[in-house]
Design a protein around this ligand. Structure first.
Ligand SMILES: NC(=O)c1ccc[n+]([C@@H]2O[C@H](COP(=O)([O-])OP(=O)(O)OC[C@H]3O[C@@H](n4cnc5c(N)ncnc54)[C@H](OP(=O)(O)O)[C@@H]3O)[C@@H](O)[C@H]2O)c1
Length: 291
């Protein structure tokens, strides 16, 4: 008899994410076990509980989802989870702390619908945050030249360093964009801009965007007014504004949700999957190809 699908939600926050729980339930799992305030040293006992209860032939019906607001903490939980596995004794695991992987995947897929990323130059505003860093990584992996912007060039450089550690030969330039002049200069010659700034902060004005003749795609991930890119509507989804294809946070959010659900479903196809940024992006690509 087929064993029920159990998803084990490991969350470093005081309360396990309700958002992640709802998506899990909507992704056809049978049972959700939630653990909150999880520290890396506690992972082993939790994951052993998943690995040693069902025989190897049934382990694909148990999987781990790592969430929480803090991506670095999520990465530690992912490492601690992977360290528990040996031989066939493993379960599939997905990392989407802060929604960073699914959101960045949806943003980069949106851009990839309109330009060849391997021939493109992108500016990622607030490329230092959890979502921005993942967007930089996925763009770089696609062969795009990426300008990584921050209010602090040191933080931008630290992100570039981190992404280079994940993507060999990544073509990254750190930039400071602490005022509109710097932002205008950073945008010059770019054909893609992704705004990954904190909620309620405008990073690029409508005027600066309109003055950039090379721009083809603008993706804003901030859903809280004022939005991240002036003039881009929160629900915009491939809306042409004077030759620039625009996406707002809700316009990207539909794809993000589809990717998140498809990734959860994929966890139960095999017991050896590790779904991080690249794997989750690939799931998005497969969804697009099938639609
Ligand atoms: N559409 C979706 O489905 C979805 C899902 C998840 C998240 N989001 C949205 O995606 C965006 C990025 O998320 P996140 O968690 O990565 O964001 P975050 O950590 O809150 O902020 C990202 C970056 O914004 C910059 N920033 C913060 N305060 C600022 C200020 N006052 N002025 C200028 N820049 C400022 C910082 O970069 P520097 O300090 O380096 O300048 C920070 O690293 C957010 O707007 C979030 O709400 C959307």
């Amino acid at each position: 008899m087929t064993k029920p699908k159990i998803l084990i939600q490991l969350d470093g926050d005081d309360h396990a994410s309700v958002f992640d729980a709802v998506v899990a339930v909507d992704s056809d799992i049978d049972h959700l076990f939630q653990y909150r305030s999880v520290q890396p040293e506690q992972v082993r006992d939790l994951v052993h509980g998943a690995m040693f209860t069902r025989g190897p032939q049934d382990l694909h019906n148990t999987a781990v989802f790592i969430g929480g607001a803090n991506v670095a903490q999520g990465e530690s939980l992912l490492r601690a989870t992977a360290d528990c596995f040996f031989g066939p004794m493993r379960v599939s695991v997905m990392l989407d702390a802060n929604g960073a992987n699914t959101t960045a995947a949806a943003a980069v897929l949106a851009a990839a619908r309109h330009v060849d990323l391997s021939q493109s130059e992108a500016l990622v505003l607030a490329g230092t945050g959890p979502v921005g860093q993942r967007a930089v990584r996925l763009l770089a992996r696609a062969g795009c030249k990426v300008r990584v912007a921050s209010r602090s060039v040191d933080r931008a450089a630290a992100t570039c360093e981190q992404v280079r550690g994940k993507v060999d030969g990544a073509l990254l330039t750190p930039l400071a964009t602490s005022n509109s002049q710097e932002t205008a200069k950073a945008l010059e010659g770019a054909n893609v801009v992704v705004a990954a700034g904190a909620a309620g902060i405008e990073l690029l004005s409508a005027e600066t965007r309109a003055a950039c003749s090379s721009l083809r795609v603008a993706v804003d991930l901030n859903a809280v007014p004022p939005l991240g890119i002036g003039g881009v509507g929160v629900t915009d989804k491939a809306v042409d504004q004077n030759g620039v294809v625009c996406y707002g946070a809700i316009g990207v959010g539909g794809t993000k949700m589809k990717i998140h659900k498809a990734a959860i479903k994929k966890l139960f196809v095999a017991n050896n999957l590790v779904l991080d940024a690249e794997e989750i992006f690939e799931i998005g690509r497969e969804l697009e190809a099938a639609s």
